[in-house]
Design a protein around this ligand. Structure first.
Ligand code: NAP
Length: 255
């Protein structure tokens, strides 16, 4: 039997990169997928990919920073799709102004990155909590190597703070919800080739070189490299795993 049969899985930021790959992978494992993204077209394109591959999928627009919209979306999905048992908090942005950059840029980065990468995770989780608690749900948060360390080049204190926060939130929720059978885990991707870092790859080869030098597997990851861990944490193979982070970083953190 497919690993995610009879589950309804909501994925934020599913219109691109890692979120899109997880949507396709979850559908392949039998989940009914709900692809959410701030951009309607990209969410629809993901839905088309999933349905062309034989999966069952709905797509909706959701800006994770809009708390009222998150609550309304949870109700709409409960009413029109069904009870959600898997939530992947994937939506995220990376802005790379160091603390000593132009003040306006640094402040804007802080506000946007924390609003999307951290408060967004809170907003969506809070909105779907009722359904997840009622269905012994599984929450998969997308953290980062920067849930543990700061990457010097290009520097982003906001991104590092947001991803440390995602790991802290993961642990707090795992502890609070464990007795109810809700499992909460994170994935820590390394350098994964997606639109998120297209500019860095195009304009900062030295940063990529340093990253690869530090990565035992010696290559950048692809979005598909995150799909296996995401399936594992959402399915019963990980039934005794909670409060954890699975690093999918080519070994970066081992060095
Ligand atoms: P991506 O290709 O840029 O995908 C992120 C998606 O999130 C995009 O579709 C984006 O929409 C959407 N999004 C942005 N703001 C949003 C909002 N306010 N509400 C809802 N959706 C929003 O990036 P990715 O690399 O797949 O990143 C996915 C997750 O992995 C992020 O949390 C990221 O921090 C994390 N991660 C990535 C890497 C990596 O190397 N790529 C490494 C570690 C962790 P738009 O494109 O329309 O803005």
């Amino acid at each position: 039997m497919p690993l995610l049969q009879n589950h309804i899985a909501v994925i934020t930021g599913a219109g691109s990169g890692i979120g899109r790959a997880i949507a396709v992978g979850y559908a392949r494992e039998g989940a009914r997928v709900v692809a959410l993204d701030v951009d309607a077209d990209s969410a629809r394109q993901t839905a088309k990919l999933v349905s062309d591959a034989g999966g069952t999928v709905d797509s909706f627009v959701l800006d994770v920073t809009d708390r009222a919209a998150c609550t309304a979306m949870a109700k709409q999905i409960a009413d029109t799709v069904g009870p959600v048992s898997i939530l992947v908090n994937n939506a995220g942005i990376a802005r790379r102004n160091g603390m000593t950059g132009a003040p306006e840029a640094v402040i804007k980065d802080w506000e946007d990155v924390i609003a999307i990468n951290l408060t967004g995770v809170f907003n969506v989780t809070h909105a779907f909590l009722g359904s997840l608690r009622a269905n012994k749900g599984r929450i998969v948060n997308i953290g980062s190597i920067q849930s543990f360390v700061h990457i010097r080049q290009p520097s982003s204190p906001a991104y590092t703070a947001s991803k440390h926060g995602v790991l802290g939130f993961t642990r707090a929720l795992a502890v609070e919800l464990g007795k109810e059978g809700v499992r909460v885990n994170a994935i820590g991707p390394g350098f994964i080739e997606t639109p998120l870092n297209a500019a860095t790859r195009a304009n900062n080869p030295e940063a990529v070189r340093l990253f690869m030098e530090h990565t035992p597997l010696g290559r950048a990851g692809k979005p598909e490299d995150i799909v296996g861990p995401a399936i594992f944490l959402a399915c019963d193979l990980s039934s005794y795993v909670t409060g954890s982070i699975v690093m999918a970083d080519g070994g970066y953190r081992a060095v």
